[in-house]
Design a binder for this molecule. Structure first.
Ligand SMILES: NC(=O)c1ccc[n+]([C@@H]2O[C@H](COP(=O)([O-])OP(=O)(O)OC[C@H]3O[C@@H](n4cnc5c(N)ncnc54)[C@H](OP(=O)(O)O)[C@@H]3O)[C@@H](O)[C@H]2O)c1
Length: 426
């Protein structure tokens, strides 16, 4: 361990991997941490070129940063890479295709691992297959450390910590906006688009895998939180649709583990996405349905993957969004919590009276895709290296809401442009 770098960013030539570097260096500087870091990828020439370009943009010289060559398709190279790091920040996606090989190498070499996957089938498979081994080796494997699902997971932790009573249910409402409507061009890089396609193509397998993952049944909490289908929410004053993936799936795992590990009352949660008008909501429904159908068959799936710009009306592209477009994108997540003002002695007890307390919290920031994501990505790794004593057990595969609930990640996200606030409390 003594000769290892503290952090290695794998997939550094990617849109997300490269943009994580400044967050790593800034956080290390902000908190005076003595953490060493390096980068990894499959092409040395490309890594050097991209580090040079980033250095020129940021006025930093990255010439002396250690570079490790590793390819997902070469197991030995992954073993060599992971044995040179204490933690791998893995930005190589789609994780359904490339993720497990890296996690496996981390388990073998005793290396922590974080990623920004939103692909439930991959995330849950890692818990199912590697939780016990990770625990035995004393390493942490934490997925969904980006926009999916740090705001939602840490938002629930924040709401619960500020509830002062017994929290029974939370409804989350996500919506985004752009400050300059004249900024055109793509909004998201194709890395995310490819991951969505692969996630949709595996959608029907998630159910059977989940049955294996959750062996204990959660007690049924009352009053039951029913999912609303299409509705206009007065929490965000927008038309909303249910959002079953990826936040809700990650949150459900956290609630299950909270009950299994700490005997805490499982909070019932539903997630929604808000739209500026009924027209955009209907368009999103039609597009979502159509994309899900086309993702099921290899011929149509390959067409979707080959022509991302065409099949996404220009929203996704291999060049990714411009820096201006990223900075102009604003993200909001409102969390509406309901429960009782009394703290129950036995959290699993059912009060006789109906809920008498509601709180609304908000998590917001700009540049959700590559600002918030990269800040949360870097901080997740740094939490594991610096605050492992506040994390569950001595290792294992966990969602962020369990892994980082007791760490200072919310405070440090706030220092890095992600705002957590209480909007109303009664
Ligand atoms: N949930 C969130 O909030 C969030 C936000 C942003 C991104 N993401 C996820 O992050 C992932 C990456 O997205 P991105 O936009 O950064 O994608 P990207 O720009 O396409 O980057 C992919 C990276 O993977 C590397 N790679 C591909 N195949 C490889 C192999 N065989 N061996 C080694 N490296 C390989 C690429 O290396 P080369 O350059 O050599 O091809 C590149 O560095 C996606 O899964 C995306 O969904 C999630």
């Amino acid at each position: 361990m003594a000769n290892r770098l503290d952090i290695v960013i794998f997939g550094v030539t990617g849109f997300t991997g490269l943009r994580t570097i400044p967050y790593i260096t800034n956080i290390i500087k902000q908190h005076n941490l003595s953490l060493t870091w390096g980068v990894a990828g499959r092409s040395e020439t490309k890594i050097k070129r991209m580090l040079k370009e980033l250095g020129q943009r940021n006025g930093v010289n990255y010439d002396n940063i250690p570079i490790i060559i590793a390819d997902v398709n070469d197991e030995n190279s992954l073993i060599k890479m992971t044995s040179q790091a204490r933690i791998i920040i893995n930005a190589c996606g789609p994780y359904i295709l490339y993720g497990e090989q890296v996690v496996k190498a981390c388990i073998e070499t005793g290396t922590h691992h974080v990623d920004v996957s939103g692909e439930s089938i991959f995330i849950e498979k890692m818990q199912l297959l590697y939780h016990e081994e990770a625990k035995a080796k004393g390493i942490y494997i934490v997925s969904a450390c980006g926009m999916d699902s740090i705001p939602a997971e840490m938002g629930i932790v924040y709401l619960k910590n500020n509830f002062e009573g017994t929290l029974n249910s939370v409804e989350t409402y996500m919506y985004s906006s752009i400050t300059d409507l004249h900024l055109g061009g793509p909004a998201v890089n194709t890395g995310t688009y490819n991951s969505i396609i692969y996630m949709l193509s595996n959608f029907f397998k998630t159910h059977s895998q989940r049955k294996l993952l959750f062996k204990t049944k959660l007690p049924s909490m009352q009053p039951k939180l029913n999912m609303k289908i299409i509705h206009k929410s007065d929490v965000i004053n927008r038309w909303c649709l249910p959002l079953p993936e990826p936040d809700l799936a990650v949150i459900k795992r956290s609630q299950h583990l909270n009950y299994d590990l700490y005997n805490e009352r499982p909070i019932q949660v539903n997630c929604y996405s808000g739209f500026g008008s009924v027209f955009f909501m209907i368009l999103a429904m039609i597009y979502g349905f159509w994309l899900a159908m086309f993702s099921q068959f290899s011929f149509t799936r390959n067409l979707l993957l080959k022509y991302p710009r065409f099949f996404s009306y220009g929203i996704f592209s291999p060049e990714g969004p411009s820096e201006e477009r990223q900075e102009a994108t604003i993200f909001n997540l409102k969390l509406h919590g309901k429960g009782w003002s009394e703290k129950l002695k036995d959290p699993l007890l059912q009060p006789d009276s109906p809920p008498n307390k509601e709180i609304i919290a908000k998590v917001s920031g700009k540049n959700p895709g590559y600002g918030l994501t990269c800040a949360a990505f870097a901080l997740s790794a740094i939490m594991i290296l610096t605050e492992a004593d506040k994390m569950p057990e001595k290792g294992g595969v966990y969602p962020p809401g369990i892994a980082f609930a007791k760490t200072s990640i919310i405070e440090k996200l706030q220092e890095n442009g992600v705002k957590f606030e209480l909007l109303s409390k009664n």
